[in-house]
Design a protein around this ligand. Structure first.
Ligand SMILES: O=C(O)C(=O)C[C@H](O)[C@H](O)CO
Length: 303
């Protein structure tokens, strides 16, 4: 029987490149990016569904077709007729990627408005994945509805994976961001934060501090990414440190963490150890950062 993964969040129109003012149009968003790499790396005994809301416009229809063509389930995507997808542009500055968003009125902001649709979307899932961006785009009551559906899925046997994915620009204040992300993480089995993003907000002095903070909440497996430095995978019984392969060429770091998560989770679902999963994750992220935009041809990461 096919096992099910559900990833919940926002897919946007992505404009990458920008040399001579020419851009490449793609579709991306952190939770979709992870779903993309999960789809690329898992066998056909797994189905990967993307849960979001889109409009009925041509770009929304293109996104649906793009997901369908690439084997990502669209059956639980809601349609909000008077809304459109959000958009973001990537620019490179001081060795890192930066995002500018047009997403304030995107359809995805309403993805948790229909409680029943949400409950149906996560039904029977083995793994539910979401992120701090998923929570950031929602109104406070919608956040509560989403977390309610996630708790219910967990009670029914799903494992819950969460990347805190800090985006201060999407939150009303750092205090609200820290409070909501901490509360959400406490409901999860696997949390995949990025140390350098979390350190200024939570005062973590090391990757171990970041891991300890989530372990203390009761999270079973904490996967702390740290850019080009070693990742730390921590459980109550084990701490594994895995360095990325050296010599990766960075063209565009967009999607590095998301592809790491997708590869890590797919390896764990395939029964790999913490170390093997982190090695596979670094390998995949190392390929993704060599290309523009968040999503690379699945064949490039399957080898
Ligand atoms: O920043 C966001 O909201 C995005 O989802 C855009 C990018 O695809 C994502 O951040 C990359 O991690």
């Amino acid at each position: 029987m096919t096992k099910r993964i559900v990833s919940i969040g926002e897919c946007m129109i992505e404009m990458s490149g920008g040399e001579d003012r020419s851009y490449r149009l793609g579709y991306a968003g952190d939770t979709l990016n992870s779903a993309w790499y999960l789809r690329a790396l898992l066998g056909q005994d797994w189905s990967v569904d993307y849960v979001t809301a889109l409009g009925a416009d041509r770009y929304s229809n293109d996104i649906r077709a793009f997901l369908d063509d690439n084997g990502i389930g669209t059956g639980h995507i809601q349609t909000i007729p008077n809304r459109r997808p959000g958009l973001y542009m990537i620019h490179q500055e001081k060795g890192d990627r930066h995002f500018t968003y047009w997403r304030d009125t995107s359809a995805a902001k309403l993805l948790a408005d229909d409680k029943q649709a949400l409950a149906k979307a996560v039904e029977g899932a083995e793994l539910v994945y979401f992120s701090g961006i998923t929570l950031a785009i929602l109104a406070p009551r919608a956040r509560g509805r989403l977390l309610g559906a996630i708790v219910k899925a967990r009670d029914n046997g799903a494992r819950i994976a969460f990347d805190t994915n800090l985006r201060p620009a999407l939150w009303s204040s750092p205090r609200v961001m820290a409070g909501v992300l901490t509360a959400a993480a406490s409901l999860c089995d696997i949390v995949l934060p990025t140390h350098t993003d979390e350190a200024p907000l939570f005062g973590d002095k090391s990757v171990d501090d970041t891991a300890d903070r989530y372990l203390e909440l009761g999270v079973e497996e904490v996967v702390v990414k740290d850019g080009s430095k070693e990742a730390l995978i921590a459980t109550a019984h084990e701490r594994v440190r895995v360095a990325p392969p050296s010599g990766a060429k960075v063209v565009d770091a967009t999607g590095a963490g998301d592809s790491f998560n997708g590869a890590y989770l797919s390896a764990r679902l395939n029964g790999k150890s913490l170390r093997e999963a982190a090695e596979a994750a670094h390998r995949t992220a190392g390929i993704v950062i060599g290309h523009k935009g968040a999503l690379v041809d699945p064949k490039l990461v399957q080898g």
